[in-house]
Design a protein around this ligand. Structure first.
Ligand code: RIB
Ligand code: CA
Length: 309
């Protein structure tokens, strides 16, 4: 299952889950984050509809972080999170029930086999933990897009957005005992950005999916090109890079098992991910941090996905 705060890069990850061969996407749960919950659920419903997969249930989850007020990323993804596409009201409707209850029920139904792709602030995952502390024992692997491995964050110098929005949730989830793979922001910077020239084949594809992909990523492309401190004329793929790894593990070329925790008491470094690469704190490892990825294979998977008519 995918937990998402549906905006441009989230959508591409959902398309992998909805359309890649041999992937069984059981459900999509939605969390506030890039945009408000209501918009994020609408975007998720639009995405299952465009993918021709209205059979995949979409559940609404947390409308705000555990403790703090919500901070959104409209400035990155556009007012609707979908590049300003203003898609019509989706035909599929939300599944009955709260996302957190659905997540727990799925973990019981698929005990030992369920993998969770957590590509949003971790509020829904943390709430599920508080409701059912045994959750980690039933989840085969929790994939988390969040944090930064001793490199700059993206919403502050110290913090990546998902961990910044709900640092208390991130702290709880990392300490809960999941088999956890962490895909940090710096990895996306190094391996998950496609520049304008590389995107030429997508611009020329003119399939329904390639046009949808370009539309929902239009704002993030514009934002990256004008970003202070370093223009990147391309599209970043944090969530879809993680989804591609979860589908094809051989994309992962190097990892480091280490202790990871998240700062939540300091305002200055709120959301900072401490990644103890050299084990100087002598604390047990709680995360497998991905440090190197097969970028060419990721790009090939993305083009294969989008070229489908
Ligand atoms: O920092 C990048 C992450 O925050 C991505 O998941 C993006 O979609 C936003 O949720
Ligand atoms: Ca996301």
């Amino acid at each position: 299952m995918i937990d998402t705060d549906t905006a441009g890069d989230d959508v591409t990850a959902m398309l992998f889950g909805l359309l890649w061969p041999d992937v069984a996407l059981e459900a999509v749960t939605v969390c506030c984050g890039n945009v408000y919950l209501e918009q994020a659920t609408r975007n998720a419903l639009n995405t299952v509809e465009v993918a021709g997969r209205p059979d995949v249930p979409v559940y609404a989850g947390a409308a705000r972080p555990l403790v703090r007020d919500l901070v959104t990323a409209h400035y990155v993804h556009g007012p609707d999170g979908m590049g300003g596409a203003n898609f019509p009201e989706p035909t599929p409707s939300l599944a009955e029930g709260h996302a957190v209850d659905a997540l727990i029920e799925l973990s019981r139904r698929h005990a030992g086999e369920l993998e969770i792709i957590a590509q949003a602030p971790l509020t829904n995952i943390a709430l599920a933990l508080l409701l059912d502390p045994e959750l980690p024992s039933r989840v085969r692997r929790l994939w988390v897009m969040g944090g930064s491995n001793n490199r700059l964050g993206n919403i502050t110098p110290a913090a990546e957005f998902n961990f910044y929005v709900d640092p208390e949730a991130a702290h709880l989830v990392l300490a809960a005992g999941f088999e956890l793979t962490l895909v940090p922001w710096d990895l996306c910077i190094d391996y998950g950005i496609l520049l304008r020239d590389e995107l030429r084949p997508v611009l020329d594809m003119r399939t329904k999916l390639s046009e949808f992909y370009l539309q929902v990523n239009r704002s993030v492309w514009e934002f990256s090109t004008k970003a202070e401190g370093g223009s990147i004329d391309g599209i970043s793929h944090p969530d879809s890079l993680m989804m591609a790894m979860a589908i094809e593990h051989n994309l992962i070329l190097e990892t480091r098992d280490c202790f990871v925790d998240v700062e939540y008491s300091s305002e200055l470094t709120r959301g900072y991910s401490l990644v103890d690469l050299n084990a100087v704190l002598h604390k047990p490892s709680n995360a497998t941090v991905v440090t190197r990825v097969d970028r060419d294979r990721f790009k090939a998977m993305l083009f294969e996905l989008l070229s489908r008519s």
